[in-house]
Ligand binder design. Sequence first.
Ligand code: ZN
Length: 302
Amino acid sequence: MLLKSRCEPYELMVMRILDTRAGLTNSERFQYLNLERGYEGELKFDALTEILGEEIFIINDLLLKVNNSYFQIDSVFITQGGIHLLDIKNFQGSCYLESDKLYSVTTEREYKNPIDQLKRSAALFRQLLQSHKQNYLVDPSVIFINPEFTLYQTPLDQPIILPTQINQFFTKLNKTASKLNEDHKKLAQTLLSLHQTKNPYTTLPDYQYEQLQMGVYCNRCKSFLVTIHKFDFVCKKCEEHERIEKAILRNVQEFSLLFPEQKITTNSIYEWCKADLNKRTIRRVLKRHYTSLGNTSNTYYE
Ligand SMILES: [Zn+2]
C-alpha cells in the first residue's frame, strides 16, 4: 500500500528551468543531468512496486532529520518482517568496487560510494527509531535499477541488489507472508510526520531574475521560438502546440518556484512571459486558477 508517493525533487525542477533560461556551467549541467537520471530511475522503480500487495507499506522520498543531520531515503518498505531502506541508483555502464570505493571501468572516475551513504542513512534511521522507542529490524539495500549497469568485484556481503536480481527481490517480498498491525500503522504515521519538506543542504547555482531569459518556451523542445496562433502557442522548431492557458500556468509555476518571495501579479507574469499576450488574458487565467488577494489596484494571487 502506497502511503507516500514521489514528487519531482525541488532541486531538479529548478535546475531544469535554469538549464533552459540561464544556461549552466559544465559541472552544473553534470549535476543537473545526474538529477534527471536519478529521478528517472526512481520512477522506473516505482512502477515495479505496483505489484506489491496491500500488506506492505511503501513510503517514498522520505527526508528525515536526526539531531542536525539530514538524510534522505528513496523508498521505505514496512513489512511484518522488518523495514527495508532502499536507495535507488540509475548508474549506467561498468563499474568496479575496490577497497570500498566505486570506480568506472572506462573512465577510472571515482563515484561517491552509494553503499557508504546508505550505511550512514541506516545508522541514523536506527537512531531515530530508538528515540521513538520503536524496535524493528532495518534492512538497507542499494538497488541498481538500470539494466545497462554491471558491477565487477561485488562482494557477496554487500547490501547490493543488481539489475538481474530485482525481479527476484520483488518476487520474494510478495511471497513472504506479511501481516501489518496497528503498531506498523503507527510506525508509518510517525515516519510520515517526521518528513522534512525542505532540505537546507540543497545546493543550487546562484541565480538572479535579471540574468534569466524571459519568455514562453516550447514545452517539448524548449525553444523560445514560439508564436501565438489562435488559442495556442506554436513552436517554430518542432511544431508543438500548447494551449495559451496551460502555457501561462506553467510559467506561473516556474516563476513562483524560482522566486517564492515575489508576488504573483498580472504585471509580474506579463513581464515573465514576455509574449504577445494581452494583460487581460493573463488576469483571466490567474483569476480562474488562483485566489486573488489585495485590493483592486494591488491585486496579487496565491
Ligand atoms: Zn518545440
